[in-house]
Design a protein around this ligand. Structure first.
Ligand SMILES: N[C@@H](CCC(=O)N[C@@H](CS)C(=O)NCC(=O)O)C(=O)O
Length: 293
């Protein structure tokens, strides 16, 4: 990649790989690249995802619903390897025309209903089961506001800061400065909110916490982009208190490992088709299962 000053041409053209970490999958057109139907399991909810922060939101929500006894939230979690372009298979594109995980197909009604965008999936599940979304008033307003805050903010963290700090083929001071500043500002926004409230919507744990935790909880606990020291994340004391409290929830511990492909193999459950799949980890059979996949 050239390090000289770039003069954009009159009309941009896709004529060269950019060398970035995602160069082999990025392209400027939508639609499928190959035919591949999605597998369908036995449960009402069919999830097609990967254990990134965006994927974890949905598996945490489903595990929380199951923990409350909602059998209708039983799910099969199928792995979509985005590094290998599986989000461009025809079946996945039919579930999400935007070709990004997570996508959910709800088979509980007379005809399957597709959902894409993690925020939409969380609201759908919250309304369907009557959990984690306050029904009215200030708590509902706060919940929806922080939920949509996450949808608007995280691209600056992931696509901006994370991309230029950790993945871009060269370190560009301008880009890292710009997005580090915005990321720290966002952490401060959260820290101030969590100084005045236990959870983002107030006294109760909601889908706002479920959406924000995998991104900003992960960042505060030093799990994203190897950036803990660079961003001095320990300074955000209220975010850390909140991140620890949510991270200790059993459903969160389960949900965050589903569809994971990275990190400690004991913290990866590549596909989840039954509640008993989690026990495989404690029996040390998971590594063998993952190796066989
Ligand atoms: N706003 C979307 C973001 C989804 C997203 O960016 N997913 C990423 C993984 S974390 C993805 O599938 N990327 C594949 C690609 O860009 O080709 C959501 O919240 O669901």
């Amino acid at each position: 990649m050239s390090t000289t000053e770039y003069t954009p041409p009159k009309v941009w053209a896709w004529n060269k790989p950019n060398g970035g970490r995602f160069a082999n999958i990025n392209r400027p057109i939508a639609g499928s690249t190959h035919d591949k139907e999605l597998a369908v399991g036995k449960h009402p909810m069919q999830l097609y995802s990967l254990g990134t922060p965006n994927g974890q939101k949905v598996t945490i929500m489903l595990e929380e619903l199951l923990a409350l006894g909602h059998r209708g939230a039983e799910y099969d979690a199928w792995l979509i390897r985005i590094g290998e372009g599986e989000q461009f298979g025809s079946g996945f594109v039919a579930a999400n025309p935007n070709s990004k995980i997570p996508a959910l197909v709800d088979h509980s009604g007379p005809k399957p209903i597709r959902l894409f965008e993690s925020g939409a999936i969380l609201v759908w599940l919250a309304e369907k089961f009557g959990e984690f979304l306050p029904k009215a008033g200030e708590a509902r307003a706060e919940c929806l506001s922080w939920l949509f805050w996450q949808m608007g903010s995280a691209p600056y963290l992931g696509g901006g800061f994370g991309h230029f700090y950790a993945y871009a083929p060269s370190k560009i001071e301008y880009a890292i400065d710009r997005f580090a500043m915005e990321t720290k500002r966002q952490l401060d926004v959260l820290d101030r909110r969590l100084a005045e409230a236990r959870y983002l919507a107030g006294d109760d744990y909601t889908i706002a916490d479920i959406a924000v935790w995998p991104w900003y909880g992960g960042l505060a606990k030093g799990l994203l982009y190897g950036s803990a020291e660079f961003l001095a994340v320990h300074e955000y004391k209220n975010v850390n208190r909140w991140a620890d409290e949510i991270g200790a929830r059993p459903a969160v511990k389960r949900g965050r490992i589903v569809n994971r492909l990275q990190g400690d193999p004991k913290q990866q459950l590549r596909e989840r088709h039954d509640a008993s799949d989690f026990e495989l980890r404690t029996q040390d059979k998971l590594e063998a299962k993952n190796a066989a996949d």
